[in-house]
Design a protein around this ligand. Structure first.
Ligand SMILES: [Zn+2]
Length: 307
């Protein structure tokens, strides 16, 4: 799955100029320790959960995200950025992969029609932490009766349902099905199921924020607002298309338990997206947004998974 073409957002400047501008940002925006000064008694490092990644592992360089799409690369990034867990979004038909050595949970992906028997067996196995529905890519509304068995089973097995919402990478997808406002209906009709709006419905963030504000059972992941190598973007591009919208969503929803950090790796490297995301969230809420909310929603506090 892909979301947004990085190059279209990069303003054309000479590479020297671009580098110079970016160097200013690096100096000013990234919280680096001041040169050589002793740090105050340190807070424990922030353990991060990435609530939205993909683990199909093509084992080659992934052009769109500008990272190696391999388990070794993912493990290295997780270690480097203190990512202590992650949630992998599978597509319909993807086989279960046991990545519990990296504390990665799996969502089972659904197609247009739901094989309720198979889904129940998958959920009963304890291997899956969530259900993923690709609205837009699947030409079907969240409220379609075809998905009712999934919601019934989500309630029974106490797993959240994650919807792709917002922009799609595939021109054959139909955006009306991925409109975050359409989730209000299923959220009301299934009050005991937790629903996750992946990508915060970007660019329809106002609808997303309202649906999450109004419905106690709706939360948001803020993955993939931009993809590709974030170091190649102008600082104002990152500010306009990532920081400001996430900050606005967080403020409007007015509930720090409702927004989760996610990247959509390998669409982008984890660390740079994490740094930009942090700029949108007041520091006192980092633990909630970058760890606790995903831990609660995806049950990282309960044991998983059979092999
Ligand atoms: Zn994704």
């Amino acid at each position: 799955m892909r979301h947004r073409v990085a190059a279209s957002r990069v303003v054309s400047l000479s590479s020297t100029c671009l580098l110079a501008v970016f160097a200013v940002c690096l100096a000013g925006c990234v919280s680096a320790p001041a040169g050589g000064k002793a740090q105050p008694p340190s807070e424990p490092p922030l353990g991060v959960i990435d609530a939205h990644i993909h683990t199909n592992f093509g084992d080659k360089f992934f052009e769109q995200g500008q990272v190696m799409d391999s388990k070794a690369e993912l493990a290295a990034e997780m270690k480097k950025y203190n990512v202590v867990g992650a949630v992998s979004m599978n597509h319909p038909g993807d086989a279960y992969a046991d990545l519990s050595d990296l504390n990665i949970g799996q969502c089972v992906g659904l197609a247009t029609t739901v094989d309720a028997q198979r889904l129940e067996a998958d959920l009963a196995s304890g291997r899956f932490r969530c259900i993923k529905i690709y609205l837009g890519y699947e030409h079907q509304y969240a409220s379609d009766p075809n998905y009712e068995p999934a919601y019934r089973l989500a309630e029974k097995y106490k797993v959240p349902v994650v919807f792709h919402t917002g922009d799609t990478s595939n021109p054959k997808a139909k955006l009306k099905y991925a409109d975050p406002l359409t989730i209000d209906e299923v959220a009301v009709d299934h009050p005991k199921v937790t629903f996750v709006l992946a990508h915060a419905g970007n660019p329809w963030i106002e609808s997303t924020a309202e649906v999450a504000y109004k419905n106690p059972n709706v939360v948001i992941d803020g993955s993939a607002f931009l993809i590709g190598k974030l170091q190649d973007y102008l600082p104002e591009t990152l500010e306009t298309y990532v920081v400001k919208p996430l900050r606005w969503i967080f403020g409007y929803v007015n509930d720090p338990t409702k927004l989760m950090f996610g990247t959509d790796w390998p669409e982008t490297e984890i660390g740079p997206y994490l740094e930009v995301f942090k700029r949108a969230i007041p520091k006192e809420h980092w633990k909630a947004v970058f760890h606790d909310n995903a831990a609660r929603v995806y049950g990282f506090d309960r044991p998983t998974a059979a092999k």
